[in-house]
Write a protein that binds this ligand. Structure first.
Ligand code: PLP
Length: 408
């Protein structure tokens, strides 16, 4: 059998480098290889290109170029923001975050005591069954010794968008620093930091058609700041290390493209996503949507096919060349559903069968139609083999999860 064409719908995991981005980067690998810090004009032209990229990023975010620090990834940006807040006010040992953060924030917060040698209180806000946050609970969680709030702008698994504008304003009124991991939001929904008063915001290049290995940390002017990487004077002394010039230039171009594509994300991509989602919900019985229907990224859908294993679905999709993600990780051997679906209280019979499709401007209607043709028979076949499907009337309502210790 010939290898099927790849249908890539895993853009929340990573994206293809846009051809225009690659083209912009190429000369800086070959003839324009200078160091932007050099005094000679050969290095200076590269410095000019980095300056342009900084402006392109700032324009997408509604920020000033001086507020942009280039980093190596979203994870570094998250760590830098949180460690900085803890260092500038060492007497403050409380952090507010959520139960559904990406591991880049979640694991850091859960390991702070070990990493800093100090005791910290971390409040991980719960979410509702549709993945949204209760703002009253958030306000109640803020304390006099809260050093920083770190809440993602949009969830990578469900696409659910949090009310960052309101949350940042509340933190500001209490004099508390606010960080948002906007890795999934940037380029998909409009962001204007001239109006939304966050202190720190993280971006990752490879989620918006720039290369892997480049990120951005936005730091609002006059926000007290301590660098994470100490070294040379690069990035105005806020992040040591010779700049990853080619990727930074790619990041700038990707931000310019994202600004131009924002309308398409919210029209064409959204329509394709909705066609896929509605088609699956209609054609496959016992299928549920995970996450708020409206307060969501336009490119993401997370659906649960009850009584089947997500990993098995992915293997079948892979044979058709279809790339997606599942909400359970059986690589650990535990078949534990994701922490996001657990926090939402998704019953185990649904959490184990969750699949995330995340689209981009490169997807087409033909690809959606192909998935709608291939996936329903896969689910039917897997259900025929599933003991849970056979016993579904006995375990209706979700039952309790004996297999993974998730407490559901
Ligand atoms: N934050 C979120 C919400 C993400 O989805 C990811 C990557 O999946 C990251 C942070 C980490 O970004 P990076 O891979 O650039 O470190």
């Amino acid at each position: 059998m010939s290898q099927p064409k790849t249908i890539y719908m895993d853009n929340n995991a990573t994206t293809r480098v846009a051809p225009e981005v690659l083209e912009t980067m190429l000369p800086y690998f070959s003839e324009l290889y200078g160091n932007p810090s050099s005094m000679h004009s050969f290095g200076d032209q590269v410095g000019g290109a980095v300056k342009k990229a900084r402006q392109q990023v700032a324009d997408l975010l509604g920020a000033q170029p001086e507020e942009i620090i280039f980093t190596s990834c979203g994870t570094e940006s998250d760590s830098t923001a949180i460690f900085s807040a803890l260092q500038v006010a060492p007497e403050k040992r409380h952090i507010v975050t959520t139960r559904v953060e990406h591991p880049a924030v979640k694991n850091l917060c859960e390991n702070l005591d070990r990493l800093t040698g100090h005791k910290h209180r971390v409040t991980q806000l719960p979410v509702e069954s549709d993945g949204t946050l209760d703002l009253k609970r958030y306000e109640e969680a803020l304390a006099d010794d809260t050093a920083i709030v770190s809440v993602m702008w949009a969830n990578n698994e469900t696409g659910v968008i949090f009310p960052i504008d309101e949350m940042a304003k509340i933190a500001k009124s209490r004099g508390i620093l606010f960080h948002t991991d906007a890795v999934q939001a940037v380029g998909k929904i409009p962001i204007n930091l001239a109006e939304t008063p966050v202190d720190f915001l993280s971006v990752s290049g490879h989620k918006l058609h720039a290369p892997k290995g480049v990120g951005v940390l936005y730091v609002r002017k006059r926000t007290p700041f301590m660098p994470f990487l100490m070294g040379g004077h690069q990035e105005r002394g806020r992040r040591g290390g010779t700049e990853n010039v080619t990727s930074i230039i790619g990041m700038g171009k990707a931000c310019e493209l994202a600004a131009n594509n924002m309308r398409r994300e919210n029209t064409t991509v959204r329509l394709l996503r909705d066609k896929l989602e509605n088609g699956l919900l209609k054609r496959v019985p016992n299928t549920l949507l995970n996450g708020h229907k409206e307060e969501r990224l336009p490119n993401t859908t997370n659906v649960s096919f009850e009584y089947v294993e997500g990993e098995a679905i992915l293997l079948h999709l892979d044979r058709y060349g279809i790339c997606a993600s599942s909400g359970s990780a059986c690589t650990s051997g535990s078949l534990e559903p994701s922490h996001v679906l657990r926090a939402m209280g998704v019953p185990f019979t649904a959490a184990h069968g969750s699949i995330r499709f995340s689209l981009s401007v490169y997807n087409t209607e033909d690809e959606v139609d192909y998935i709608l043709e291939k996936l329903p028979p896969v689910i039917a076949k897997l259900r025929e083999m599933s003991p849970f499907w056979a016993d579904r009337d006995k375990i209706a309502g979700g039952g309790s999860c004996g297999s993974c210790g998730c407490g559901k």
